[in-house]
Design a protein around this ligand. Structure first.
Ligand code: HEC
Length: 190
C-alpha cells in the first residue's frame, strides 16, 4: 500500500470511529439496499472484552458449577480430561502451552468462550456460566493451583497467566487508537 493509500485508510478508520451520528439509525440507506441495524441488534454483537477487563459483566461462577457444565456441554469435543478429541482436531486440546496456558490474559477466555462456545450453539452461555467454566478450566489446566475457585469481574482480572511474560507489547501498531487497544502480538511458544 502506498503512503497516500494508507493515509486514506487511516482517515476513513478515524472518521468512522469518531464521527458522531455515524452509526445505526442515523445512517442513510443508499439505493434501498440492506436494512437498518437497530440498537438492540448492535448490543447483541457488541460484547467484546478488552484486555484491561472493560466489558466484563457482573455476576460470578463457581468452578464446581463449571465442571458440571463442561461435562454436559463441552467434553464431547474437548475430552473429559481436556486433552481434545481426535475428530475435532488439535484445536480441541485445552491443555498444554498451545491452548489456555498460552494466553497472556484470562479476560480473552471470557470473550472467546461466551462468543464462540459451545461450537454447536455459540452465544447461549450466560455470564455466570462463562465465569464458572473459566474457573473450572483454569484449575484443570493448572493455571490456578486450588481445588475450588469463584470468579467474578475483579477476581478474573487478578489471574496471572503463566505465559504472559513471553508476550511483548507492540507499541508500533499503527491502527491502534489507544494504549488500551494495543495488541499483544509476540508469542514465544515453548
Ligand atoms: C462441537 C464441538 C465443540 C464443543 C461442544 C465445544 N467446543 Fe470449544 N472448541 C472446539 C474446537 C474445534 C475448537 C478449536 C477452534 C479453533 O481452533 O479455531 C475449540 C476451542 C475452544 C477454546 C480455545 C482453546 C485455545 O486453544 O485457546 C476454548 C477455551 C473452548 N473451546 C472452550 C469450550 C467450552 C468451555 C465449551 C463448552 C461450553 C466448548 N468449548 C464446547 C470445539 C467445541
Amino acid at each position: 500500500m502506498s503512503n497516500s493509500q494508507s493515509m486514506r485508510v487511516m482517515y476513513l478508520l478515524l472518521t468512522l470511529t469518531i464521527m458522531p451520528g455515524c452509526q445505526g439509525d442515523n445512517l442513510p440507506l443508499p439505493n434501498d439496499f440492506g436494512t437498518k441495524v437497530s440498537e438492540t441488534e448492535i448490543q447483541r454483537w457488541n460484547i467484546d472484552i478488552h484486555l484491561d477487563g472493560e466489558g466484563l459483566p457482573d455476576g460470578q461462577g463457581h468452578s464446581k458449577a463449571g465442571e458440571v457444565l463442561f461435562i454436559k456441554d463441552c467434553a464431547m469435543c474437548h475430552g473429559l480430561k481436556l486433552g481434545g478429541v481426535r475428530a475435532m482436531g488439535a484445536g480441541s486440546m485445552l491443555t498444554g502451552m498451545r491452548a489456555i496456558n498460552k494466553l497472556p490474559n484470562a479476560t480473552s477466555l471470557f470473550d472467546y468462550i461466551r462468543r464462540a462456545m459451545p461450537l454447536t450453539d455459540p452465544g447461549t452461555l450466560t455470564d455466570e456460566e462463562t465465569y464458572a467454566l473459566i474457573a473450572y478450566l483454569l484449575i484443570e489446566t493448572d493455571v490456578i493451583s486450588q481445588d475450588e475457585l469463584v470468579l467474578d469481574r475483579e477476581s478474573l482480572l487478578k489471574i496471572k497467566m503463566p505465559n504472559k511474560k513471553n508476550y511483548l507489547i507492540d507499541t508500533s501498531a499503527r491502527f491502534m487508537l489507544s494504549e488500551k487497544h494495543t495488541l499483544l502480538v509476540v508469542n514465544i511458544d515453548k
